[in-house]
Design a protein around this ligand. Structure first.
Ligand code: ADE
Length: 277
C-alpha cells in the first residue's frame, strides 16, 4: 500500500475511535448463555426504533446460533435479538423457549459476518465460556478479558503457512475498562474440540494460553470491527474432573457470573468512544 493510503487509513481509524459508541453486537454461542442477557437488557423482537434496546438507549443486539429442528412460521427479517437458523442459513425469529432448539457450541460464521455487515456495529462483544488452566491461575467462575487469541488445531508445518494457521493476534486494547472493573486478563487459544489432544496441548502451551475456547480466534479473524472477548471459566483443563461433566455442572452458575460482568462492561461502555476504553 502506498504511504499516503496507509496514512489515510490510519486517519479514518482514529476518527472512528473518537466517535461515541452507538451500536454494539454481543455474539454468544449458546442459547443458555444468551437468554439471561436478552432478558436482562429487555431485548425483544420489537422493531420500533423508540422502544428497541431501550434499557441502555442504544442499538444493542445479541446474536447466537442454534439448530432448529424445523422452521417456525414466525420467521422475521430482523430482530433486536438475532437468531440465525442454520437450516435455512437465514436470520430467524423466536420462539426463545422452543425446546427443540439445540445450541451450537461455536458461532456460525455466516451469522457473525451478516451481523457485522448488516448491523455495522462500532464494537462487538463476544461473551462465552472457556476452559482454564489452574497452573496459570484460572479457577471455575473467573471471568477474563482475552488479551490475545490464537488457534491451536490449525497445524500447517510449512513456513509462513504455519503462522497463518496459528493466527495469533492481539485483541482490541481496553486498559481503562480493565482497570475500572478489575478484570483478569489472559491469552486465549481456540480450537474445534472440547477435549484436548496431546497435539492441541503442545500448541496451547506454545500459545502461552490461560484459556481454551471454541470461537474467539475465529471471530477475531472474521470481524472487521474492534471486538472484546469476555470469557468465564466453566472447567479446569489441568484438573482431575472430566471436562464435559465439569462444564455441564458449572454452566448455569458460571453464566450468571458472565452475565453480571457483561452488564458491567456494557454500563462502562455507555456514552464512551472506543479510544476511552
Ligand atoms: N468452553 C468451556 N470449556 C471449554 C473447554 N475446556 N474447551 C473448549 N471450550 C470450552
Amino acid at each position: 500500500m502506498a504511504p499516503h493510503a496507509v496514512a489515510e487509513e490510519a486517519m479514518v481509524a482514529n476518527k472512528a475511535e473518537e466517535k461515541p459508541i452507538s451500536t454494539i453486537v454481543i455474539v454468544i454461542a449458546m442459547q443458555e448463555e444468551a437468554v439471561p442477557l436478552v432478558n436482562k437488557f429487555n431485548l425483544s423482537e420489537d422493531l420500533d426504533p423508540v422502544t428497541s434496546g431501550k434499557v441502555i438507549s442504544w442499538n444493542l443486539s445479541i446474536c447466537w446460533s442454534f439448530l432448529k429442528e424445523s422452521l417456525g412460521s414466525d420467521i422475521m427479517e430482523f430482530t433486536e435479538c438475532w437468531e440465525w437458523d442454520i437450516v435455512s442459513n437465514q436470520c430467524g425469529g423466536r420462539p426463545l423457549d422452543n425446546d427443540k432448539n439445540v445450541s451450537l457450541v461455536y458461532c456460525n460464521p455466516r451469522m457473525v459476518m451478516s451481523a457485522d455487515q448488516a448491523l455495522q456495529p462500532d464494537l462487538i462483544i463476544n461473551a462465552g465460556t472457556a476452559g482454564g488452566f489452574k497452573a496459570r491461575g484460572a479457577s471455575v467462575g473467573d471471568v477474563y478479558i482475552a488479551s490475545d487469541v490464537a488457534f491451536h488445531d490449525r497445524r500447517i508445518p510449512i513456513p509462513v503457512f504455519d503462522l497463518y494457521g496459528i493466527g495469533a493476534r492481539r485483541t482490541f486494547s481496553t486498559p481503562n475498562l480493565l482497570k475500572e472493573l478489575n478484570l483478569k486478563v489472559g491469552k486465549l487459544s481456540t480450537g474445534d474440540s472440547l477435549d484436548m489432544s496431546p497435539e492441541d496441548e503442545a500448541s496451547i502451551t506454545a500459545n502461552d494460553a490461560t484459556l481454551k475456547d471454541m470461537e474467539a480466534s475465529f471471530l477475531s479473524y472474521l470481524l472487521s470491527v474492534p471486538a472484546i472477548f469476555i470469557k468465564a471459566v466453566t472447567d479446569i483443563i489441568d484438573g482431575d474432573k472430566p471436562t464435559a461433566e465439569e462444564f455441564r455442572q458449572n454452566l448455569a452458575a458460571v453464566t450468571v457470573e458472565l452475565d453480571r460482568l457483561v452488564t458491567q462492561v456494557v454500563d462502562f461502555i455507555s456514552g464512551k468512544c472506543l479510544s476511552e476504553l
